[in-house]
Design a protein around this ligand. Sequence first.
Ligand code: CA
Ligand code: CA
Length: 108
Amino acid sequence: MSMPIKENASALENAMQLMIQTFHKYSGNEGNKYTLSNSELKELLTTELGNYLGNAQDKDAVDKVMGDLDSNNDGEVDFTEFIILVGALTVACNDFFLEYNDKQEKKK
Ligand SMILES: [Ca+2]
Ligand SMILES: [Ca+2]
């Protein structure tokens, strides 16, 4: 799937387009083109989120993430379910960043 990228898009708009493109890069590999199967999810997690989710190679870990994300219980992760994972990870990153910042401030 290719999407028209606006040339003057802002960094945040680019990030949003990248999230959409990344999802569809994996969702189109098998079965339903617009949802991630267990193996598509695993590939996305290991390839795109390996630095954040180091243990995603572990099959049980993937099953757990799938179970947590699949809120409508259809055995597939759709884009809405996927964006909740990305959102939660982004919140965790921000918390980490704020904590780190606080520590740096205290050192001064
Ligand atoms: Ca699919
Ligand atoms: Ca689902």
